[in-house]
Design a protein around this ligand. Structure first.
Ligand SMILES: [Cu+2]
Length: 147
């Protein structure tokens, strides 16, 4: 038994270290390729201690968006939204910066800005929060409505 645990331990540690990747929704690649990204609407969300501004905003299904995440605070924050990112098409050149590979988390170091170009594909209400310890409890949470 002890031997078996020793074999499993590295696997368990690896699973804890890296957030699970999120699969893009069916048809995302085709929608991303067909979208007119040059007409993406810019939506800016600021991250600060300890709030998102705005804490609620609306996106429109089928309309490309440039989501600008500006950290204006003095600590590192993130924008964690696995539910939202699991229902969008990302601009094809997103590559390494894809929040899908990182479990739906966009890290935003302090005084920096991150941009994600996305095309909402599913109407609904999606919660987001900051995953840094206690930040969500202190107020860093919000909601995206896709209509
Ligand atoms: Cu935070």
């Amino acid at each position: 038994m002890r031997r078996q645990l020793a074999h499993l331990l590295p696997l368990l540690l690896a699973a804890c270290a890296a957030p699970a990747a999120i699969r893009p929704p069916p048809g995302a690649a085709e929608q991303a390729a067909a979208a007119d990204w040059s007409h993406a609407t810019t939506v800016t969300v600021t991250l600060d201690e300890f709030e998102f501004t705005p804490a609620q905003f609306t996106l429109h299904a089928g309309q490309p968006v440039r989501l600008r995440l500006e950290n204006v605070g003095s600590r590192s924050h993130d924008f964690t939204a696995p539910g939202l990112f699991g229902t969008v098409a990302l601009r094809p050149d997103t590559g390494q910066a894809s929040p899908l590979a990182n479990g739906g988390i966009v890290e935003v170091p302090f005084s920096q800005t991150r941009e994600v170009f996305l095309l909402p594909m599913q109407r609904g209400s999606f919660d987001f929060f900051c995953g840094k310890p206690l930040h969500a409890t202190l107020g860093m949470r919000g909601r995206v409505i896709v209509d």
